[in-house]
Design a protein around this ligand. Structure first.
Ligand code: SF4
Length: 348
């Protein structure tokens, strides 16, 4: 059953719609200085090939901002410029053809600067993402607020400035590094704002912790229909973030065109070398984007039955495997033949 999405006011980035009832977009962020245009473009293109819908780049200085036209020419997915405090850089990247800007209007100076950025964005139909981060909350906020309430209060300040200037092409994020606080904040945001929400757990750590934190935080929200775009923040290269986002959305039933891979944890019954094979098969499926269900199981006692919905599977015996399809055993194969037999069965 499809999750009912909370309806939000869609925005458009480089021809891509974000929000409303559109599919949930996957994004990541480049981890190379933006002025290194060739390297950044190559990273963006790798992420796009893996399934990123949009990518964010940091704009720290004029050199970075000046590289946007060349970066746009060398890439094909929408790009978001991440800018703090400097309205002049926002104006420069908007003129340079950027597709969206992440900037917090309350932090860029007096009203004339804010108005200039909002007017420039409006003239080019570019959305602005207001990104509130738990690590840099406004010191003037009421200290009695919970962290979730403080994130919302901070976002409301920035949103009010935009609305005062009749600017409504907004996307909002409220990232904290605590799962509970971030989930609370996004639930409040879904009630408080009509704008699309960018979901993420910030500073979630390397793969081992980051995947768990992000899945723990994003899953309840996505299952409640909250969230229009996601980033799985990892202390890894952005390619890993894109792969992780696809896996999470797929497991929640929100990204259908993706492999479903099943493998057992192994136990005392396992009499084959299962773990390397499981990793190899999963990588093959994802690398070739084979949207089928494949099972790699340790034994024939439970294997085919536990994975009876698999299109193709193998289950271990004593130094050999049996091939099964839809839970029915087809033939016996050696351990050496296992990987090639799965590939052949998938090709058929
Ligand atoms: S499928 Fe067989 S080997 Fe794997 S965990 Fe279950 S019982 Fe153990």
């Amino acid at each position: 059953m499809m999750t009912l999405r909370k309806d939000t006011r869609p925005v458009t980035l480089g021809g891509l719609r974000l929000g409303g009832q559109e599919r949930i977009l996957i994004q990541s962020m480049c981890n190379i200085k933006t002025a290194k245009t060739g390297e950044v473009a190559a990273q963006i293109n790798r992420c796009a090939a893996l399934g990123a819908d949009l990518m964010r780049v940091s704009i720290l200085d004029d050199e970075d901002a000046d590289s946007i036209p060349a970066l746009k020419a060398a890439t094909s997915i929408p790009l978001v410029a991440d800018i703090h405090f400097r309205a002049d850089l926002a104006l420069k990247v908007i003129a340079g053809g950027i597709d969206a800007v992440r900037i917090n209007p309350g932090n860029i100076g007096d009203e004339s600067k804010i108005k200039a950025v909002l007017d420039a964005a409006k003239a080019k139909h570019i959305p602005i993402r207001i990104g509130v981060n738990g690590g840099s909350l406004d010191a003037s906020l009421d200290p009695n607020l919970t962290r979730g309430e403080a994130l919302i209060a901070s976002a409301k300040k920035h949103v009010a400035i935009c609305e005062k200037f009749d600017f409504h092409d907004l996307v909002i994020s409220l990232k904290g590094s605590s799962v509970k606080e971030t989930v609370d904040a996004y639930r409040l945001a879904a009630e408080a704002f009509p704008y699309p929400l960018h979901l993420g757990i910030t500073e979630a750590g390397p793969m081992e912790t980051g995947l768990i934190r992000s899945a723990a935080g994003l899953s309840p929200l996505l299952l409640e229909g909250i969230g229009d775009t996601i980033r799985i923040s990892l202390s890894e290269d952005p390619e890993e973030e894109v792969k992780a986002a696809k896996r999470l959305l797929h497991d929640l039933g929100l990204y259908p065109n993706f492999p479903t891979f099943i493998s057992c944890p192994t136990c005392g019954r396992t009499e084959v070398d299962l773990l390397p094979l499981a990793k190899k098969v999963r990588a093959y499926l994802e690398d070739h984007n084979i949207a089928k269900t494949v099972a790699v199981m340790g034994c024939v006692v439970n294997g085919p039955g536990e994975a009876k919905h698999a299109d193709v599977g193998i289950a271990g015996g004593k130094g050999h495997f049996v091939l099964f399809k839809k839970g029915q055993i087809v033939k016996t194969i050696s351990e050496e033949e296992a990987f090639a037999t799965i590939v052949e069965a998938l090709e058929k």
